[in-house]
Structure formats: C-alpha cells, structure tokens
Design a protein around this ligand. Structure first.
Ligand SMILES: [Fe+2]
Length: 186
C-alpha cells in the first residue's frame, strides 16, 4: 500500500487544532514543527493549494488566515532579501526548496525610548530545503532574511494574522524603529 500523502489541508487542520489547544508559545511551535516538516518534505506540496495547481509558483499567497494563526506560501526570488523586521508574534519557517538565511537580533535596550531599539546580532540560522526553524519570541523576534541559493519556496506559519499585524522595521545603525503593516489581502 502506498504511503499516505500529507496534504496542505491536513496541515492547516492540524496547526489549527494545536493553536486551539492554547498551550504556551514554545510548546505550540514544537508541536507544529513536526507536521510542517512532514509537509515540506514533499517538494510538490504547494500544488495542493496553488491557485493554478503549480507546485513552483512565482508569487506567494495566503494559505490560511485567522486572528491567531496565519499560514503562507512564501516565494523568494533569487537574491531576494527582507530588511530587519519583526512579526510581533511567534513564527515557524519550513523551506521546501532553496535556502533561507536569517540574521537574528536581540534587543539590548529596555524599550523605554519611543521608536528606538539597540540591537545586537546573535547567531544566524540557515534553513535548507526540508528543514524547519522557529524564530525567537518577542521582544527578540527581530531578523532579516537573505536568499543565497536562488529561488526559494517556503511555508511560513505565524501566531498572528500577519497581513493585518502592525510590526516594526529596525535600522541597525541609527536605532530607528518604524511601524508598518502589510497590505491586507483576502
Ligand atoms: Fe520575517
């Protein structure tokens, strides 16, 4: 008998049930990382949900959205990068193909000065195809992303409705903090 394929829809249901269990963030991340690993071990998993059934789409899209759980297909172009930012919530990344390189930052100040943050770079994390990683929890959920190995397909899972979530960009040199929100897409 063929091994049963684990689908994106099943992953969404499982992640939903885990978040509904209302555990602490570290435990929630730990429990979701196993099914996320199982899902991204299928190089064609995005075919389950891509609007045109293409397992290698050119643009990212939302797979699931709610107030306390968002699941996204993230498509990085070769040499793409994301500036230093946070999510104001927990996040888990699983790379289907390619590679994500995260610079991670820790906050050294006590957040008492408005729109200012002093950051220190800590150990980076490389997420290769078939691997998952979680980012640090707030207030140290600050990172930037580089895509060193060409077009990269990933599934990201967030403990917030990322598209509607106010979050921050950080300037490492000046310490300036700038609020922003993604344009919400439904
Ligand atoms: Fe991010």
């Amino acid at each position: 008998m063929a091994t049963k394929v684990y689908t994106v829809r099943e992953f969404v249901q499982d992640a939903r049930a885990i978040v509904d269990g209302d555990l602490d963030e570290a435990k929630t991340i730990e429990l979701i990382s196993e099914p996320l690993s199982r899902l991204i071990s299928r190089p064609d998993c995005l075919r389950d949900v891509a609007p045109d059934g293409n397992p290698d789409p050119d643009a990212g899209f939302s797979i699931y959205r709610s107030e306390n759980l968002a699941i996204m297909a993230v498509i990085w172009a070769p040499d793409a990068r994301a500036p230093i930012h946070n999510h104001n919530g927990w996040a888990l990344e699983g790379v289907i193909s390619g590679e994500e390189f995260n610079h991670n930052y820790q906050r050294l100040d006590d957040a008492s000065v408005p729109w200012y943050a002093k950051l220190e770079e800590v150990d980076p994390s490389t997420v290769r195809a078939g691997e998952t990683t979680s980012l640090m929890l707030p207030p140290n959920d600050i990172h930037s992303v580089e895509i060193p190995k060409g077009k990269t397909l990933a599934i990201h899972v967030y403990g917030v409705d990322l598209a509607a979530q106010w979050r921050y960009r950080f300037d490492l040199e000046t310490g300036e903090v700038t609020p922003y929100v993604m344009r919400a897409r439904r």
